[in-house]
Ligand binder design. Structure first.
Ligand SMILES: NC(=O)C1=CN([C@@H]2O[C@H](COP(=O)(O)OP(=O)(O)OC[C@H]3O[C@@H](n4cnc5c(N)ncnc54)[C@H](OP(=O)(O)O)[C@@H]3O)[C@@H](O)[C@H]2O)[C@@H](O)CC1
Ligand SMILES: Nc1ncnc2c1ncn2[C@@H]1O[C@H](COP(=O)(O)OP(=O)(O)O)[C@@H](O)[C@H]1O
Ligand SMILES: [K+]
Length: 468
């Protein structure tokens, strides 16, 4: 599991480990930072590096790392941007041969290869001072940008972007991820995030991200005595005469093989839709019968509210997607997973789409609390929020997944995992992970259809299980 802690939690952990001492933590952080820079540049000797140094310990990390790089033969400039500077780190930096200068060309000739953003870290307020903006503009556009701990200007705790900030290619963070590293839109400004362990003892994290091993541990694997009913039956109430394809795609996600059986009914009971879904998925059963979970709404049009009411009568968990989301006004009588994109969530909360996109974490949490349900806020970094609890961020996938019908596949897949016995929170977060992994497998850099994503799900499952 990848964990993201708040700044307050990191500060408290630092205070609670006096034997580590700030000096030791900083040395560990700086060594990890220097190594990450060396890895990125393929060496240190002769490389040109500039440090943007603020007044706090973030600048101190940059200076100590700069000293390591200078000792290894890099040509390192430091531009001091704050009213103060970490004096001990500056002395070490100078002693190692680092040069202190002002924004401009590299001290010794050619342009800088890499800039280290040590302006502010977890002690920073959002935004950049004019000197920092001027320094960033003075650096060559071709230089790689490595942020120390967090790209300066971001709010480490929320994932929001409210002011000018650094855009990093790589962020090197210490002890634990911070919320901004995982949650969009801030996460997109962090580039690749590299974690350096420094020995902090941290409490449970409010935000986390499943890794392949976590998904492998959650997946339902049939034992030798399994039959289709012990594996769970998922009911799909999706597709209609207006949108028969949504029925096919939702069933394709549900029929990925993680549940024992799929029962299908079009939202509007349109016979032609049922026939087309059966033709595409002969394994699906269309008659009445018990299910362990319902998926309702994808491509349902105006009939979706009635179909949701019928599904709720079954007293089993529901996954609610697309048109059925509009019918959710208060907590439901059964465990539920709601799968809105930003526009749908905005309508549910009575706010604008921009408000949801600007503060995705708050919007997902608010909806989970208000509807007492697991809320899957779909996007580049899909959030899965449980009521008054944890949030998981999905980090798999590809922008090619932004294609019509991909959400229908996700709803069906989520339903199959709920039917197989996972909790709504585990089912939703594991489904998002597999859905993104399947998209990447299907795409391999090329465009994909939602159907291709569903077709790649068994291979995504195989790879996860092989690694366990
Ligand atoms: N905790 C840990 O586990 C470890 C932490 N470590 C490192 O310490 C870092 C935190 O250091 P920190 O506490 O000194 O704060 P930091 O981020 O350097 O900046 C605060 C200073 O900047 C100023 N300032 C504020 N906002 C500003 C702005 N927008 N624009 C310009 N200036 C601004 C503000 O000064 P003020 O303006 O208030 O006088 C304040 O003095 C952390 O990110 C990590 O790198 C590692 O070494 C080891 C383990
Ligand atoms: N930029 C992106 N990068 C990765 N995944 C994305 C991106 N944009 C959207 N997605 C994913 O694509 C899917 C789109 O679902 P949705 O918006 O419901 O589409 P539809 O209603 O057409 O099925 C979601 O799983 C979402 O997380
Ligand atoms: K920084």
């Amino acid at each position: 599991m990848r964990h993201a802690h708040t700044v307050a939690q990191v500060r408290a952990a630092e205070q609670a480990s006096p034997d580590l001492g700030p000096g030791l933590l900083m040395q560990r952080a700086a060594r990890g930072l220097a190594q990450a820079v060396i890895d990125l540049l393929g060496g240190a000797y002769g490389r040109r590096v500039v440090l943007l140094v603020g007044s706090g310990d973030n600048g101190g990390d940059a200076l100590y790392a700069g000293a390591v790089l200078a000792r290894r033969g890099a040509l390192v400039d430091a531009w001091l941007l704050g009213a103060r500077v970490h004096e001990a780190a500056l002395t070490t930096f100078r002693g190692a041969g680092g040069r202190v200068g002002t924004p401009g060309p590299a001290t010794r000739g050619a342009a800088h290869d890499l800039v280290v953003d040590g302006i502010v870290g977890i002690g920073g307020r959002p935004g950049l001072a004019p000197e920092a903006i001027a320094a960033l503009e003075a650096v060559s556009r071709d230089a790689l940008v490595v942020a120390v701990d967090v790209p300066s200007g971001l709010d480490a705790d929320t994932g929001r972007i409210t002011a000018p900030h650094v855009e990093a290619d790589v962020t090197v963070t210490f002890g634990s991820h911070k919320v901004a590293h995982l949650v969009d839109p801030a996460a997109a400004a962090c580039g690749v995030v590299h974690l350096v362990g420094i020995g902090l003892d941290l409490p449970p994290a409010p935000v986390e991200a499943l890794q392949a091993a976590d998904v492998a541990a959650l997946l339902p694997v049939p034992d030798r005595h399994a039959h289709k009913y012990t594996r769970g039956v998922v009911g799909v109430r999706a597709g209609s005469s207006a949108y028969p394809g949504a029925g096919q795609l939702c069933v394709a996600g549900a029929a990925s093989g993680l549940a024992g059986m799929v029962r299908y009914r079009p939202v509007d009971d349109d016979r032609e839709t049922a026939r087309s879904v059966l033709a595409a998925h002969p394994e699906v059963v269309t008659g009445e019968g018990r299910v362990q979970a319902w998926v309702v709404g994808s491509g349902g049009g105006a009939e979706a509210a009635r179909a949701l009411g019928e599904a709720l009568n079954a007293r089993v968990p529901v996954v609610i997607d697309a048109d059925a989301l509009a019918a959710v006004e208060r907590p439901l009588p059964v465990p539920a997973v709601l799968t809105p994109h930003a526009g749908e969530l905005a309508a549910m909360l009575g706010i604008s789409r921009e408000e949801v996109e600007d503060d995705q974490l708050a919007a997902a949490r608010r909806a989970a609390d208000r509807f007492d349900a697991v809320v899957v806020l779909k996007g580049r970094r899909t959030l899965v929020a449980e009521p008054v609890g944890r949030v998981r961020v999905n980090t798999t996938g590809t922008p090619w997944l932004a294609t019509a019908g991909a959400g229908d596949v996700l709803a069906g897949l989520t339903g199959s995992l709920v039917a197989a016995g996972l909790s709504p929170f585990d089912a939703a977060s594991a489904a998002c992970w597999l859905h993104g992994a399947a998209a990447s497998l299907a795409s391999a850099g090329a465009p994909i259809t939602a159907r291709a994503v569903a077709a790649a799900l068994p291979e995504a499952v195989r790879r996860v299980l092989d690694a366990r």
